[in-house]
Ligand binder design. Structure first.
Ligand code: F6P
Length: 490
C-alpha cells in the first residue's frame, strides 16, 4: 500500500463494489471480485475510506440496510446513489452506453445522440456530486472512475469543493476526428479539465486527449515528460498520465495451482482428448470482436483443413447490457454464426465451436485458463482487456500462446510475448492461429515468461500506488516514460 498516502480515500464510481440480488428472504449481496475492488479495498479499510455509487437496481425497499450490511462486511463505508428506472434508461443505458461507450470505442455509427440523454447525464452527475459534497471534507482525496461520471468534478467545483479530485478513464479515449462528432464535445472536455489528475490506460489515449484539448480549448500547453505530464490553461494546472490497470497476479497464480482447478481442468481436457483448445472469453459487447473472431476461426478451418478434429474454439460470452437493442442484436447474430459454423464443419466426435453463454464460476474460469493452449483475444478496441493478463497469470505451465489484438490497451505491455493481430483482418488472425498451433514448446515458454513477468511486476497494487502517487506527490520525478510504442511492422 502507498505509504505516502495519508488522506482518506473516497471512491466514486457508477456501481458500488457489489451486486444485489432479490431473494425471497430479502437482498442477497454478492461482493465484487474485480481487480479494482481487490486493489482499493485494503486502502479503503486501512484509511477508513468511503465508496459512493449506484447499487445496481432501481428497487429501493430495504436498500439502505443492504448497503450498510455490505459496508460492515467490507470494513469501509458505502453510500448508495439511487436511480429510478427512467434515470437508468437515460443516464446509464442512454448517454453512457449509447453515446460515450460506442464513440470512445471508435464506433460513431453506433451512437444515438439523443439530446435528452445529455440532460439526464448532467443531472445524475450532479446528484453524485451533491452526495459526495455532503459526505467529504477538504482533507479527502476524491477519486472518480470512468465514463459515466465525467462531469462530477465540475459539479463539485460549482459547490465550492476544494479537495483534490482525480479521474480515471477505464475505456479508451478516441482520436480527435471521432471525438469531434460528439455534440457535447466542448462541455465534456471542459468538465474533465476540472479534475486535478486525469489517468488513462495507455499513452495512445493520453495523446488523443491532449490533441482534443488543444483543438477545442484555447491556450492549452503541456510540460514535462514521461508517464505524467502537466497540462496548463492560463493559470490552471492539472496532470495527465497513463496508468495501465492490472490484476492481482499472485492471486491468479496461486489459485490456478489449487486442486479444485486442476481437477476441473483435467475434466475439460478429458472431454476433448487430443484437441487443442482456443479460448475466447468476453462480456457480450460489439467492441469485443466476437463475430470477426468466429469468422477468423471459420477461415482457419477452410484454409488449414488438417486442423479439423485437432482444434476447438471455446467461446464464452458473459451476458451484459441486454436492455440495449445493439446488445440484443449482437447476441442473435452470434447464435446464428456459431450454428452456421458448427453446421458446416461438425464431424462425428468433434464440434468446432463450444459456445457458453453465461458467467463462469471462478473455478471454471481458472480451469479454462489453465487448459487452453491458445487464448484468442481480439477486441476491435478495448481500454485494457484484463482477460489477457489473467490468462498469463493463470498459465502456470508457461505453455499457452496469447493472440492479442493490436487495439487492446494490454498490447502495450504484452507485445513482446503475444502474437499481435489486426482483428479486422481475418486472414491474419487465422494465420496467427496456425502459427500458435505449430509453435515449439521453447518459443511458447519464452513468450509466456516475458508476459508473466510484466503482469507480475505491473500488477493492480502497482497501478493504485502509481495513480495515487501522481495524484498526491509534489513532484513528478518518479514517472519516467514506460515502454509503450507499439510496432505495426510485421
Ligand atoms: O470497461 C468498462 C466497464 O464499465 C467495466 O468497469 C465493467 O466491468 C464493464 O464495463 C461492464 O459494465 P456495466 O455492467 O456496469 O455496464
Amino acid at each position: 500500500m502507498n505509504k505516502k498516502f495519508v488522506k482518506r480515500l473516497v471512491i466514486i464510481s457508477n456501481r458500488l463494489p457489489f451486486v444485489l440480488e432479490r431473494s425471497s428472504s430479502g437482498w442477497k449481496i454478492h461482493h465484487g471480485s474485480g481487480g479494482l475492488v481487490t486493489a482499493l479495498a485494503p486502502v479503503l479499510r486501512n484509511r477508513g475510506g468511503l465508496w459512493i455509487g449506484w447499487p445496481g437496481t432501481h428497487e429501493i425497499a430495504d436498500i439502505d440496510s443492504a448497503v450498510d450490511q455490505a459496508a460492515r462486511t467490507e470494513g469501509y463505508s458505502m453510500i448508495p446513489v439511487q436511480l429510478s428506472k427512467d434515470e437508468i434508461r437515460n443516464y446509464y443505458e442512454g448517454f453512457s452506453n449509447e453515446v460515450v461507450w460506442p464513440l470512445f470505442h471508435d464506433l460513431q455509427s453506433y451512437c444515438n445522440f439523443d439530446p435528452s440523454y445529455w440532460e439526464l447525464y448532467k443531472a445524475i452527475n450532479k446528484r453524485f456530486a451533491n452526495i459526495t459534497a455532503k459526505n467529504t471534507t477538504a482533507e479527502d482525496y476524491i477519486w472518480v472512475h470512468d465514463y459515466h461520471l465525467m462531469t462530477v468534478a465540475q459539479e463539485l467545483r460549482y459547490l465550492g469543493i476544494k479537495s483534490k479530485i482525480g479521474f480515471y478513464l477505464h475505456i479508451p479515449f478516441p482520436p480527435l476526428d471521432i471525438f469531434l462528432k460528439l455534440p457535447w464535445r466542448s462541455e465534456i472536455l471542459r468538465a474533465l479539465l476540472d479534475y486535478d489528475l486525469i489517468g488513462f490506460q495507455t499513452l495512445r489515449d493520453r495523446r488523443n486527449f491532449i490533441q482534443c484539448a488543444r483543438a477545442l480549448i484555447k491556450n492549452v500547453r503541456t510540460s514535462g515528460k514521461g508517464q505524467v505530464l502537466t497540462l496548463s490553461i492560463g493559470k490552471r494546472e492539472l496532470r495527465v498520465g497513463y496508468f495501465p490497470i492490472s490484476i492481482d497476479y499472485e492471486e491468479f497464480n496461486i489459485a490456478a495451482r489449487s486442486k479444485d482447478v486442476a481437477d476441473e481442468a483435467w475434466y475439460i481436457h478429458e472431454d476433448l482428448p487430443h484437441i487443442q483448445i482456443i479460448l475466447g472469453i468476453d462480456r457480450l459487447d460489439y467492441t469485443k470482436g466476437i463475430l470477426q473472431r468466429i469468422k477468423a476461426f471459420r477461415n482457419t478451418l477452410e484454409r488449414y483443413p488438417e486442423l479439423c478434429r485437432k482444434m476447438t474454439l471455446v467461446q464464452v460470452v458473459v451476458p451484459s447490457r441486454r436492455n440495449i437493442p445493439m446488445y440484443n442484436d449482437l447476441k442473435i447474430e452470434i447464435d446464428r454464426l456459431v450454428s452456421e459454423v458448427n453446421g458446416t464443419f461438425t464431424m462425428s466426435g468433434w464440434v468446432p465451436i463450444h459456445y457458453i453463454y453465461r458467467a463462469l464460476s471462478r473455478r471454471e474460469l481458472l480451469a479454462y485458463y489453465r487448459t487452453a493452449e491458445i487464448a484468442l483475444i481480439t477486441p476491435l478496441k478495448d481500454g485494457m482487456n484484463l482477460v489477457a493478463k489473467e490468462f498469463c497469470a493463470a498459465n502456470i505451465e508457461e505453455d499457452g500462446v496469447l493472440i492479442l489484438s493490436e487495439f487492446a490497451g494490454a498490447v502495450a505491455q504484452l507485445q513482446r510475448g503475444a502474437i499481435i493481430v489486426n482483428p479486422h483482418d481475418i486472414e491474419e488472425v487465422s494465420a496467427a492461429i496456425y502459427q500458435a498451433y505449430s509453435m515449439s514448446k521453447e518459443e511458447k515458454r519464452d513468450r509466456m515468461r516475458k508476459m508473466r513477468q510484466i503482469v507480475k511486476r505491473q500488477n493492480i497494487f502497482w497501478w493504485v500506488n502509481s495513480y495515487l502517487d501522481a495524484g498526491i506527490a509534489g513532484n513528478l520525478d518518479n514517472f519516467p516514460p514506460m515502454e509503450e510504442h507499439i510496432s505495426f511492422h510485421r
